[in-house]
Design a protein around this ligand. Structure first.
Ligand SMILES: [Zn+2]
Ligand SMILES: [Zn+2]
Length: 451
């Protein structure tokens, strides 16, 4: 006989276990509190705490006096010497289990140590870098960009001091920059943002008259680009695959964002920045407010998809949302570009390509490519897309093969038509002369001259 499998989850035959009555096990608990004991007033034992715990009745198991959990934790963390600070050499205190795991006495010393590691090897150029960071660079870069700039400069001057034995600024020539780029590349670095950081640094030096020669960073030699960036539009098929994935998630805010990207070509930051009042449902257009990339506003029309998802989203948009941004996240705050990006990554990164590598900015490429190939005048497209220069717009537009063919055919047939009609209407002087000879009676009134 085979084994019977009894589903114990639904079996009524299973006896129910009755919970045992609570008995006093000799320990004190919430149900059986210990009688309180009288304690004299005592100072808090927390480091540097001046609180005094007043006299009174307290739990009897009290052996030490702390005014708060905070002080108790601080005291526990200061009981043992767990090592020596890498920065100042003082003893580092901590809990017993932190021996050998706490290399710094304070967070400030940890930061100072890191700065020393980065800036130390720049030698005599260090004061100059520090000055640049606090004056020039502070004006050019955002707060987040500044630390990258400092690392770039520190790397370069470490290279210059340690490997090139450079002692003065004037020793730094274009060839040194070239060698530095090669050195960084040999270390496996692919990003070359540091070239731009160096170029800006030397521009500042020249403007401040600290460097008397032409900048050693030469765009033609050191620039990170090999020709202009290529347009990367999605094909209709790929875009449909991406869209299907997003639609399956049921997240209206993401669907609306993609619809706006596809129909209006907005940058992701601009999408996050749309206010409810910037959207005109009736005339179907969105006002793109500042800040934009080039500090110019524009108004962009939209189509059916945006219209559709806008309606759905506005119905769902939480009225408790205190700001007037069109899109809001789960905690009713506006999205930042990177947040919205992260939502797409979270949703799509596990999908196969093209959804897995979805990049919102490619919607802008797709938008521009579609409109241009649909016959839009480039001047109009430039206006709608908010591009500052023709060059930057060019990186977005891919001229499709089908467009090349159809425009060639269209132009060619126009040419031919013109050619044929010209033949009908006009007579060349040679023809005219021949006509005169053949038929002297022809009157001049019936002749059309070629203009
Ligand atoms: Zn205290
Ligand atoms: Zn220290």
């Amino acid at each position: 006989m085979g084994n019977h499998i009894i589903d114990t989850r639904t079996s009524d035959a299973r006896p129910k276990i009755k919970s045992a009555p609570v008995t006093n096990t000799g320990r004190f608990s919430a149900d059986y509190p210990a009688p309180k004991r009288y304690f004299e007033a005592a100072p808090c034992e927390g480091p540097d705490c001046e609180h005094v715990i007043p006299a009174g009745f307290y739990a009897p198991q009290r052996t030490r006096s702390f005014c708060s959990l905070y002080c108790r934790n601080r005291e526990a963390a200061s009981r043992y010497v767990v090592g020596k600070c890498l920065h100042c050499g003082d003893e580092v205190f901590g809990r017993k289990d932190e021996v050998g795991k706490k290399p710094f006495c304070t967070a400030e010393h940890e930061r100072a140590h890191e700065t020393e590691l980065i800036m130390g090897p720049t030698g005599k150029f260090r004061p100059l870098i520090d000055e640049y960071m606090s004056t020039g660079a502070a004006n050019f870069y955002s707060l987040g960009g500044l630390s990258n700039v400092r690392v770039s400069l520190a790397k370069f001057f470490r290279f210059a001091v340690q490997l090139e034995k450079t002692t003065t600024l004037e020793d730094i020539r274009p060839s040194a920059i070239t060698r530095f780029i090669a050195f960084e590349r040999a270390r496996g670095l692919t990003s070359r943002n540091f070239v731009g950081h160096l170029a800006t640094f030397f521009r500042w030096l020249i403007a401040e008259e600290r460097y008397q020669k032409a900048s050693p960073v030469v765009a033609r030699i050191h620039s990170q680009r090999n020709g202009p960036a290529q347009p990367r539009p999605y094909t209709d098929k790929d875009l449909q695959i991406v869209w299907d994935c997003i639609e399956q998630s049921g997240k209206l805010e993401l669907m609306l964002a993609v619809a706006i990207g596809t129909e209006c070509g907005l940058r992701i930051g601009e999408v996050c920045n749309i206010r409810v009042s910037d959207v005109d449902e009736k005339s179907q257009q969105i006002f793109v407010r500042l800040p934009t990339k080039n500090q110019r506003t524009r108004t962009v029309p939209f189509h059916g998809k945006v219209q559709h998802f806008l309606k759905l989203w506005l119905a769902k948009r939480d009225p408790r949302c205190t700001n007037d941004h069109l899109l809001h996240n789960n905690v009713l705050h506006r999205f930042t570009g990177s947040q919205l990006d992260a939502w797409f990554k979270k949703l799509l990164s596990k999908e196969p390509d093209p959804a897995g590598s979805f990049n919102f900015h490619r919607l802008r490429h797709t938008w521009a490519t579609r409109l241009m190939n649909g016959g839009m005048e480039l001047a109009v497209l430039k206006e709608l897309g908010g591009w500052e220069s023709w060059n930057s717009m060019q990186c977005y537009i891919k001229v499709l093969e089908s467009t090349v063919r159809s425009q060639y055919e269209a132009s060619y047939s126009k040419l031919q038509e013109k050619h044929e009609s010209d033949e009908d209407e006009a007579i060349s002087l040679v023809d005219f002369a021949l006509m005169e000879i053949e038929n002297p009676a022809t009157s001049t009134e019936s002749i059309v001259y070629r203009t």
